[in-house]
Design a protein around this ligand. Structure first.
Ligand SMILES: *Cc1c(COP(=O)(O)O)cnc(C)c1O
Length: 390
C-alpha cells in the first residue's frame, strides 16, 4: 500500500486556518474580548483581590446555572478540585482508583495526592474515553464487591472510585459506567476538566458523578489564568468541599477555629472576575469552536489516511481540542507530520504518553491497554482556538 500523502493532510489543516492567519498558530489560545478588563479593574479599585469579594460567588452561580448542577465550589486549579472530590467521597490512602491510562497526568496525580493508587483502564475509539464493556469483563475477573465496598482480588486493596474523563471535550459513554459503578460499589467522579460546554444525552457533563471537576487553566475552553471547580448535585458533599478548600474554618466574626486539616485551595476574587467575563462569552466560544470543527470535518472528508474525530452519537461536544486519527498506513509518517506542521508554525501534538508508562506510575495496576495504546499512537491534536472559527 502506498504511504498516504502527508502534504495533503497539511494542506487540509492549512485550508481551514491559514485564510485568517499568517503567523504561528497555537493549539489553543485564550480570548479576552469581553468584560475582563472591566471586572478586573473593579477588583483592583475595590481592593478585594483575594479571598473575599463578589466575583467568587457570582462565578459559582454562573457555572451552576450553565451546567445545571446544584453546588459549585471554585478552587485554584482542576488538580486540586479532583484531589478534594476524591477525599470527599472517602478515598483513603492505599485505595485504588480506576482511571483511564489515556488522560492528562493531573488525573493520576490527584489520586496519588490522596495517597491512593491509580489503577489504569482501557479506552475505546468510539468516545476516546473508558471502554465500558471491556472494563466490565475485567472487573468480573479481578474485583469482588463486598459489604465494605469492592476488593481487588489480585492486590487485596479496596477499589474505591472510578474517574471517567471526557477526552478533548468528547463525552464518554456515562450510562454503562454508572451501571458498573453501582454494581461494584464504586464512587464515580467525572473528570470534566476538558468538557465545559459538552453534553451527554442532553445534560451537561459533570451531572453523573457524585462530584465532578472542571479546569480553567490557560488552554481550556474558558480560563481564569489558573482555576478549577468542584461541581455536584449533592449539597451536603458540596458544602463539605467548600469547607475543606477554605481552610475548614468555622464561620465566626473574629474567632479562628478550624475543625479539619483543611486546604487553602480557594480561587482568588481577581481570578473569579476573569471567570465571570469568560462565562459570559462561553456560548460564543462554543459556536466558534463548533464552526471550526465543521470546517475541519469538511476539509478532511476526502483526505486519505486520516479521519477527523467527531462527537460520539450520544453527545454534543465542545470540541475543546480537535483531533485527527491516523490510520495504520499513516503511522509510519506520524513524526514527519508533527515535524512538518510545527516547522510551518502550525502547532500539532500527539495525545499524552500513556500514564502507566511514566516512571512514577509504572508499577500501578493496569488492565490490558491495547485500545489506549492504539489511540496513543494514532491521535494528533490540531489547532483549536475559538478565534479560528470566526
Ligand atoms: C486540565 C486537566 C486537568 C486539571 O488541570 P489543572 O491544570 O490542574 O487545572 C485535569 N484533568 C484533565 C484531563 C485535564 O485536561
Amino acid at each position: 500500500m502506498p504511504l498516504p500523502d502527508i502534504d495533503k493532510i497539511i494542506s487540509a489543516i492549512q485550508s481551514v486556518i491559514r485564510p485568517k492567519n499568517e503567523g504561528p498558530v497555537a493549539l489553543h489560545e485564550p480570548c479576552f474580548n469581553g468584560n475582563e478588563w472591566k471586572y478586573i479593574k473593579a477588583c483592583l479599585d475595590s481592593t478585594w483581590v483575594s479571598y473575599v469579594g463578589k466575583y467568587v460567588d457570582r462565578f459559582e452561580e454562573m457555572i451552576a446555572d450553565y451546567t445545571g448542577v446544584r453546588k459549585v465550589v471554585v478552587v485554584v486549579n482542576g488538580t486540586a478540585a479532583l484531589q478534594i472530590a476524591l477525599k470527599v467521597v472517602g478515598v483513603k490512602a492505599g485505595d485504588e482508583v480506576l482511571i483511564p491510562a489515556l488522560t492528562f497526568v493531573a488525573t493520576a496525580n490527584a489520586v496519588a495526592h490522596c495517597g491512593a493508587i491509580p489503577h489504569f483502564v482501557d479506552s475505546e475509539e468510539k468516545t476516546l474515553g473508558i471502554a465500558p464493556l471491556k472494563l466490565k469483563e475485567y472487573l468480573k475477573e479481578i474485583a469482588r464487591p463486598d459489604t465494605s465496598g469492592c476488593k481487588n482480588k489480585k492486590t487485596g486493596n479496596r477499589i474505591k472510585a472510578i474517574i471517567p474523563m471526557h477526552t478533548f471535550g468528547h463525552p464518554v459513554d456515562l450510562d454503562p459506567l454508572l451501571e458498573i459503578s453501582r454494581e461494584y460499589k464504586l464512587e464515580m467522579i467525572e473528570d470534566a476538566a476538558e468538557s465545559l460546554g459538552s453534553f451527554y444525552k442532553g445534560k451537561h457533563t459533570g451531572n453523573w458523578g457524585k462530584l465532578s471537576i472542571l479546569s480553567f487553566n490557560g488552554n481550556k475552553t474558558i480560563t481564569t489564568g489558573g482555576g478549577g471547580a468542584i461541581i455536584t448535585n449533592d449539597e451536603v458533599l458540596g458544602k463539605l468541599a467548600k469547607h475543606l478548600t477554605t481552610t475548614a474554618k468555622i464561620p465566626h466574626r473574629w474567632e479562628y477555629r478550624h475543625d479539619h486539616i483543611g486546604y487553602n485551595y480557594r480561587l482568588p476574587n481577581i481570578n473569579a472576575a476573569l471567570g465571570c467575563a469568560q462565562m459570559e462569552q462561553l456560548p460564543g466560544f462554543l459556536a466558534k469552536k463548533r464552526a471550526l470543527a465543521a470546517r475541519y470535518k469538511q476539509a478532511f472528508a476526502g483526505v486519505a489516511g486520516v479521519r477527523f474525530f467527531r462527537e460520539p452519537p450520544h453527545a454534543k461536544s465542545n470540541y475543546w481540542l480537535n483531533a485527527l486519527l491516523l490510520d495504520e498506513a499513516s503511522l509510519a509518517r506520524r513524526n514527519q507530520l508533527l515535524e512538518k506542521t510545527n516547522d510551518a508554525g502550525i502547532m500539532t501534538r500527539p495525545a499524552w504518553v500513556l500514564l502507566n508508562k511514566l516512571a512514577m506510575f509504572q508499577d500501578c495496576p493496569c488492565m490490558d491497554l491495547s485500545g489506549a495504546e492504539d489511540l496513543e499512537a494514532r491521535l494528533i491534536n490540531i489547532p483549536s482556538s475559538a478565534v479560528l472559527g470566526e
